[in-house]
Write a protein that binds this ligand. Structure first.
Ligand code: ITT
Length: 202
């Protein structure tokens, strides 16, 4: 039987984006929720690569699935790369709004030209408990002085993109996917999935 493509994430923002980004993938897309998968793979790695691989290997124990696992984060130059690997739980805060408030408070007084930041995304593709592919994407921007926009998720309202004169939360889903770290990594992931599909059909 042809495996399904399992999105190994509990983040609804990521699920929404991948549903669009991987809509032409050569496997039928499914989610942890849809499959009733409750086990959580712990992210004990020291890098985005390690954590993405842990998730991809962990969930692909089940050979009904090819797994797409995403580990991503925001790196702010003026904060020596923070929140980085800890983006999802920055300062122990529970909501996106609280994490944004913390980020802005840490950047208080930092001038515009020193507020450079980037989103990074690593996608690990797993099958039969092994890593089949690793794909990276990056997107550079500036941390704004206040939140703007209500689309996207996470730090999008404070991630300003000079080329659009908008924050990521002011872009449509399609526009964000064209420029985002996740969009770029997904283009590479699609090529790997296409090759996997061809090998299976041989
Ligand atoms: P899963 O591990 O279940 O996928 P998570 O949210 O915990 O969900 P990560 O450990 O990869 O995922 O943390 C990524 C965090 O980085 C995410 O929670 C956001 O705070 C931030 N982030 C990543 N991509 C983002 C994006 O496109 N826009 C805004 N914030 C983003």
């Amino acid at each position: 039987m042809t495996p399904r493509l399992l999105l190994a994430t509990r983040n609804p923002g990521k699920v929404q984006e991948y549903t669009l980004l991987l809509r032409h993938a050569p496997f039928r897309l499914t989610t942890l929720d849809e499959e009733g998968i409750e086990v959580d793979v712990r992210e004990t790695g020291h890098t985005l690569h390690e954590n993405a691989q842990l998730k991809a290997v962990g969930y692909s124990v089940d050979d009904r699935f090819v797994v797409v696992a995403d580990d991503s984060g925001l790196e702010v130059d003026a904060l020596d790369g923070e929140p980085g690997l800890l983006s999802a739980r920055y300062g122990g805060k529970n909501t996106d709004a609280e994490r944004i408030a913390l980020l802005l408070s840490r950047l208080q007084g930092v001038p515009w030209e020193k507020r450079l930041a980037r989103f990074r995304c690593v996608i690990a593709i797993g099958a039969n408990s092994r890593i089949v592919g690793l794909c990276e994407g990056e997107c550079s921007g500036i941390i704004g002085l206040e939140p703007r926009g209500d689309k996207g998720f996470g730090y999008d309202p404070v991630f300003y993109l000079p080329e659009f004169d908008k924050t990521m939360a002011e872009l449509s889903a399609e526009e964000k996917n064209l420029v985002s770290h996740r969009g770029k990594a997904s283009q590479k992931a699609l090529q790997i999935l296409e090759r996997m599909r061809q090998e299976i059909s041989r």
